[in-house]
Design a protein around this ligand. Structure first.
Ligand SMILES: Cc1cc2nc3c(=O)[nH]c(=O)nc-3n(C[C@H](O)[C@H](O)[C@H](O)COP(=O)(O)OP(=O)(O)OC[C@H]3O[C@@H](n4cnc5c(N)ncnc54)[C@H](O)[C@@H]3O)c2cc1C
Length: 617
């Protein structure tokens, strides 16, 4: 497909549901059980403290007596992914137990931890506490327990791929243990919109949308441009509808009025849980636990074990410095991508080096290293999910970033110049950003005629959101384009805007060939600029797997007892450029389920069902 053709297609790309921003009351509270001596005296009372987290403010109420911190209650948080709850529970427990502010990081919850600590300190400062003295009270380091676990299937990683694998293996009768290195289960899946693309679903039918499995296959193959594994594409397209039905049975809510256009397809086929990745992960974890799956958090897998015949026999993991030996008949690697591993990015996806990784901090490519050590083959094509909304000045999942999620009107680089057709799907905009080379970019908005030409976001009041951004200090506002340019050092902005507006008038975008009916003149002040950086939501490439999700060697031989699924093993499925929001989750879910079935069958000594034959003839 030509880019010119792609450009004409209707594009809707809502990666993050701002409707998900939630306000909860009293989600965590605990009474003091003071093990440590109080380091300070307080003015007795209850104080409200404030800190800034992922999506805005968090508030706590801290109750103190004359000599101790008695109770802490979280009264407001906008953390939608569930990572914040882990941070707040852990922090509150430690502050109360040890009467200390020397609380360590909670792995994977850095921003949430900082927000809660700031809020608690704020309240204690009001209570007259000596903050430095409280920080000086040492909290003893956590000591792990050295142990051996015997299980049928061990799954490394607790995102969608890992939990789907764990549940399917448990359904098949296997004893299953999941190892997760962070404090919270869920990985990038928990942070995501958890959108799935699927063709010919019951939800589409109910919504009157005509589509089919064959359409989805054809779309992915067209976007793959001959650089994808056709069998894997067929396999995922044929099995994703069943996974969607299963999720609905597990209680995940999908809104049939919110089936979205995704990528460059001309049919709406992206299905999103009402409460995004958090909802999907919560239902999967519930189902896993109901079926006896044991999930060990903060227990990173360090290496795979093998017997003399080359069978993978389990995992050596770490529990706060103590060795955990997991003996397992099958092992599933589901460790996610490598967006947080600069060395791997340089080696495998060099265009993503230096970009902002908004995936889970657990995405350090561990599974690739673990499996390479036992002879696994790998597949890399330089790809990633390139994203366009990330900034050092606001959290990318916040409501304030919403005006940038949809199709853009005018976007400029650090000099104020356009660098491509802004209406293209976001992975193409990312490629244009890479080519441009600028470190920072700005979405430019005016204030006028939004009724007929609100191109940037049709799900919220753009100007009101921008004003909120101005208030929060993350959006720059000026009465004239010249003033806006001066405020941000965008030397060429005035000339760029003039040329942009001339293109709208003439009906020809000479610079980038954009369809000018998708452009709105920037003419009615006040004007706004919102900063963004190149970002990635995930990576492509990793372990080579077959249709049973078995990890194979360079000779295409299965490594006995070793399976992989999800972002760690998506290299054959994707070309370099992401074809459509929803595809990454599809791969994680379909191959995750398959990995679980195959791993259980191998562990229990049953025939591995030849799913590949069943679906591809
Ligand atoms: C903000 C955001 C929005 C997104 N939206 C969408 C979307 O709507 N649709 C879509 O298709 N894709 C989306 N994606 C991409 C998609 O979420 C991921 O590709 C997908 O969730 C990957 O699932 P996974 O199970 O393979 O990995 P993950 O969900 O990342 O899980 C991997 C887990 O393994 C753990 N782990 C890593 N190493 C070890 C180790 N050594 N030991 C133990 N555990 C380990 C990690 O900590 C992590 O918890 C989005 C991504 C982001 C970041």
């Amino acid at each position: 497909m030509e880019r010119g053709e792609i450009m004409k297609r209707r594009i809707v790309s809502i990666m993050l549901s701002t409707a998900m921003v939630m306000s909860m009351t009293g989600i965590a509270s605990a009474e003091a059980t003071t093990e440590g001596a109080s380091a300070a005296a307080f003015t007795a009372g209850t104080y409200t403290g404030v800190g800034t987290g992922h999506n805005g403010e968090v508030k706590v109420e801290v109750t103190v007596s004359d000599s101790a911190i008695e109770n802490i209650v979280v009264t407001e948080t906008n953390e939608s992914s569930g990572f914040g709850e882990v941070a707040s529970d852990r922090i509150i427990d430690e502050v109360l137990t040890y009467q200390s502010l020397d609380v360590d990081g909670v792995s994977g919850c850095t921003i949430s931890r900082a927000a809660f600590m700031t809020a608690i300190q704020d309240a204690l400062t009001q209570a007259g506490a000596d903050i430095d003295a409280l920080k000086a009270v040492e909290i003893p380091a956590k000591v792990g327990e050295e142990r051996t676990i015997d299980t049928d299937v061990v799954v490394i990683g607790s995102g969608a791929a890992g939990m789907c694998a764990a549940i399917e293996a448990a359904y098949a009768g296997a004893k299953v243990t999941v190892l997760e290195k962070l404090a919270r289960n869920g990985g990038s899946t928990r942070m995501s919109s958890a959108m799935l693309v699927a063709g010919g679903t019951k939800l589409q039918e109910e919504a009157g949308i005509e589509d089919s499995v064959e359409n989805l296959k054809a779309y992915w193959l067209e976007r793959g441009e001959g650089n994808v594994d056709e069998e894997q594409v067929n396999f995922v397209a044929e099995n994703i509808n069943d996974a969607l039905d299963w999720f609905i049975d597990l209680g995940v809510n999908y809104n049939k009025d919110l089936i979205l256009y995704s990528g460059t397809a001309d049919v709406a086929r992206a299905h999103m849980p009402v409460e995004s990745g958090r909802e999907l992960m919560d239902r999967l974890v519930e189902e896993a636990e109901k079926n006896g799956v044991e999930i060990l958090t903060e227990t990173p897998a360090l290496e795979l074990t093998q017997d003399e015949d080359g069978n993978v026999t389990g995992v050596i993991a770490d529990d706060h410095g103590a060795q955990v030996t997991v003996n397992a008949k099958s092992t599933v690697i589901a460790t996610g991508g490598f967006g947080w591993n600069q060395d791997m990015l340089e080696k495998y996806s060099p265009d993503a080096v230096g970009t902002w990784s908004v995936s889970s901090p657990g995405s350090t490519g561990d599974g690739i290293t673990l499996a390479e050590a036992v002879g696994a083959d790998t597949v890399f094509k330089g790809g990633y999910i390139g994203w366009k909304v990330a900034s050092p000045v606001y959290d990318q999942s916040s409501a304030i970033g919403a005006p940038m999620y949809g199709a853009a009107n005018l976007v400029v680089n650090a000099e104020g110049n356009r660098f491509g057709d802004e209406s293209l799907d976001y992975p193409f905009m990312f490629e244009d950003m890479v080519k441009d080379g600028s470190d920072i970019f700005y979405f430019i908005f005016d204030s006028g005629d939004k009724e007929s030409k609100d191109l940037v976001n049709n799900t919220s009041d753009t100007v009101a959101t921008l004003e909120a951004g101005v208030e929060a200090g993350v959006v720059t506002k000026a009465d004239t384009i010249e003033e806006l340019a001066e405020a941000l050092g965008l030397t060429d902005l005035a000339a760029t805007v003039e040329q942009f507006n001339n293109s709208v008038d003439s009906g020809v975008d000479e610079a980038f060939g954009r369809n000018t009916t998708t452009m709105a003149k920037i003419e009615n002040g006040p004007f706004y600029a919102m900063q963004t950086k190149k970002a990635t939501l995930g990576t492509f490439g990793g372990l080579n797997i077959d249709l049973d999700a078995a990890v194979v060697t360079a000779d295409e031989e299965k490594i006995p007892g070793l399976y992989a699924a999800g972002e760690v093993a998506n290299g054959e499925f994707f070309p370099k450029i992401y074809p459509a929001s929803g595809s990454a989750m599809d791969v994680a879910v379909v191959f995750g389920r398959q990995a679980g079935r195959s791993a259980a069958a191998y562990a229990l000594g049953e025939e591995v069902e030849a799913t590949s034959e069943a679906v591809t003839e």
